[in-house]
Design a binder for this molecule. Sequence first.
Ligand code: ATP
Length: 511
Amino acid sequence: MSSSSVMQKIVALSKRRGFVFQASELYGGLNGFWDYGPLGVLLKNNIRDAWWRAMVLSPPIGPDGNPLSIVGLDTAIIQHPQTWVASGHAQGFSDPMVDCHESKGRYRADQLVVFDVPAEKGGEKITLRIAAVAADDAEESVLKRAQKLARAAGGRPAKVDKLDPPVVYTALNAEEQKIVYGPDASAPGTLTEPRQFNLMFESYAGALKDESNKVYLRPETAQGIFLDFKNVLDSSRVKVPFGIAQIGKSFRNEVNPRNFVFRSREFEQMEMEFFCSPEDSRKWYEFWVQARLDWWLGLGVKKESLKIRHHDADELAFYSTATADIEYAYPFTAPDYGELEGVAHRGAYDLTQHQNHSKTKLEYFDQEKNLRYIPHVIEPAAGLTRALLVLLCEAYTFDEKRASPEILNLHPKMAPIKAGIFPLVDKDGMPETAHALYMDLRKKYVCQYDAKQAIGKRYARMDEAGTPYCVTVDGETAKDQTVTVRDRTTGNQERVSLDAVPRFLAERLDS
Ligand code: ATP
């Protein structure tokens, strides 16, 4: 199956089974916004809880054999506007944009690719430079458009199946940019020069809609942590090295929201700022890159689906000495990888900036060394909603040999529903026994009782929802007090005694 059809199937299953819906679908949808349905919110909460447990409730063991110290926080989405001046977002958090005079479309300049398409006019060879938004099918769509555009220009397209690789729009000089056909334009030269466009959503706090009341929806959760650094230090007994973690919504007015929930305008992040001494910072950076990679593997993401990409020197923010992205092989990036999490060595940049802008000391006093300094920060920053997409992509399996071929092989701990509990038929005492088992199991696990339809259909529904186990009470149960437990991944069934079902699940789901 091609990558784009895999993605289409994942999007369709997400909607059909209630993982993800387009937000405001009733009104035609709102680009870049998504709703998480009944199964989606369970899956998202499982990822969120696993991260919180691995960071705050039971943080990793450090190099000295002791657990690290990490505390949690939940800061406001709207903070003082100076926050974003100090962090650099007010000035620098922008993408180069290109507008089209004709279509009124707006595109990210670095995501526009330009193809040279050969054509003929009056017996002479000409070249049409046609732009498209970078995507798998960009070349295909350019070849299609070229037919029309060449005729409109009074010529005809040359016969070609394959074009030369495209160049990024920003790599062209101003003169060359002037003759490009925009992605939705019928004539060349309708694109503006690239201009910066700030990605922060604006609003107003208070009754007056004037500049003094302007506020921003946070574009990342991290800055709230830096603003509370001193509060946490003064109110908790933390000592450097320690971390502060937070999970919450972030907002970015992305120019091209795309690839399902991968790039949304409203999304959730899981971020942790780890404060350490400057001398130890490199060691902690390396520690966190490895620890974060291990965490993703523990959620059932295969090793070969993940890659660590170390940023080149010219890619690093000026304050960072090292940054690595943990990347995933998404169907829409294949054979390349796309970002899932960034681990950044941020030096003393953020605390220094907030110290200077707020005129409040944000230093740490090390009593043992009798030394005062601004801690350095290592930041693992992951997308929660992007993680949900990764788990869906990773779990999605199409097995033609099975009666219902679509299966979500989610890690049992991540699965929204842990077990389906069924009576084989809705009579002969089976529903009573199955329901009693369900009432017992639901105290601990999310389970679903289902007595309707043929058993095969009920299994198929659970396979699509990613439910790892189905327990069926049948005719034998009344005789020997055993039930059938079916494994989603293998389809294998085994007999388990009725009273051993809680232990069966505990062995596979707890720990
Ligand atoms: P990208 O290069 O994909 O725009 P970024 O480098 O700007 O991401 P960070 O600012 O490091 O991203 O944010 C940390 C994490 O937050 C990312 O690794 C990603 O998982 C998530 N994230 C960032 N932007 C979005 C978005 N628009 N939609 C969904 N998740 C996002």
